[in-house]
Design a protein around this ligand. Sequence first.
Ligand code: FO1
Length: 452
Amino acid sequence: MSIHPGRIHTLTPLPYTGGPVAYWMSRDQRADDNWALIHARNSAMASRASFRVIFTLAPSFLNATSRHYQFMLTGLCETERALAERNIPMYVILGDPAEIILQFIRKHAIKLLVTDFDPIRIKQRWCARIASSAAIPFHEIDAHNIVPCRFVSQKKEFAARTIRPKINRLLDSFLTPFPKPASMPSANMRGHRRNNWDAIASSRNTTMTAPEINWIVPGARAAHTRLTAVIKTTLKRYHHDANDPALDAASRLSPYLHFGQLSAQRVALSVDTAADVPPEAKESFLEQLIVRRELADNFCLNEKHYDIPAGFPAWAKRTLAKHAKDKREYLYTYKLFEEAKTHDALWNAAQTQLRREGYMHGYMRMYWAKKILEWTRSPAEAMRIAVRLNDTWQLDGRDPNGYTGIAWSVGGVHDRPWGEHPVFGQIRYMNYNGCKSKFDIAKYIERYGAST
Ligand code: FO1
């Protein structure tokens, strides 16, 4: 079964007339439920050609630390095993991704290159460099979104309410079951040696053993186990509890989704068919999973300044400029923020959860980012600090969801003007007392208060 043409974005418009195929895996780091892999494998099978998967491990990646590499590499190691069971060799090669891919194409006489879709600029640049040098067909497949990002809208969407109907109209065409996994002929594995994961891990000064973050187990299998558990337990009350940091009832699937160890489409299919879950719980969950995440990809693809104030809407730029000279009651450096040393116990608790778990509850992410706006000299400095903290400490950092969430909090992206406040202007305001009325902040502070 071929994939929906709406998922295919042709980066190099040359015809594929047979010959070795390579899938350059990057965002969607899984063997199952992966449209990019399915497209590449189908193309190879149709012309009885060889098929290889390659992951290029860049020297560094947007402030990623050992906790991210430990999580990602453990997942990639599991994916290598799952692919090998289907006679699909997976190469993990260290170095500059564009250089590695161009060498790989030459070495294996690759005649079709497939990669997965990722709107963040570093990836778009890697693809542009390869597309300008490799004279072979090069396809980018959206394996991350249920409704492909480039298909659902060709412009920067204003808000969830403008993209939601466009997504909903197309869900029936795209929220479809995945084809059964198919194996390549055993000859396809000929001569392939497994990757040396200890050497790869030590290149990141991490190990493949002790999990740095112990509330979550990396990898596709663990992702499915967690999804099943969420559907059996917290999903039922998602519409009531998900927004309450003290209850901690969110799915916590975001690290699996970020590293592509779990497919959002698989999650949606499972939630859709879940028994005895109230429709409003499903709807509220799918709104976050589908509309919010696809809006984030739309923003990062269509707004090149997605992580600086230049990407804010005009009304937000105006109101923030009007309040640029407002007195800041508190001013903190990156270090004081990072070490959770502000005057605000609730903010410090959120930052401590972030340090300790590599995760922060969605509601607290908004408060956390908005206070950085309030306690820094300018929105530009606030964005620099929030993005850097998010990329350095969140397991699911370095992701369109993170950049867009921060731009929403600090710069009113996808939001509207609210009542006027010092520093914020008409950017939606949040404060300690507002949180106090929303949830049991004493419980949250008590859990994370003692900063480690
Ligand atoms: N993708 C790659 O293709 N190569 C890498 O070396 C790489 C490292 C990496 C480290 C941390 C992290 O959070 C993501 C990383 N990714 C890498 C990209 C990731 O898979 C996602 O595609 C993007 O971060 C999401 O847009």
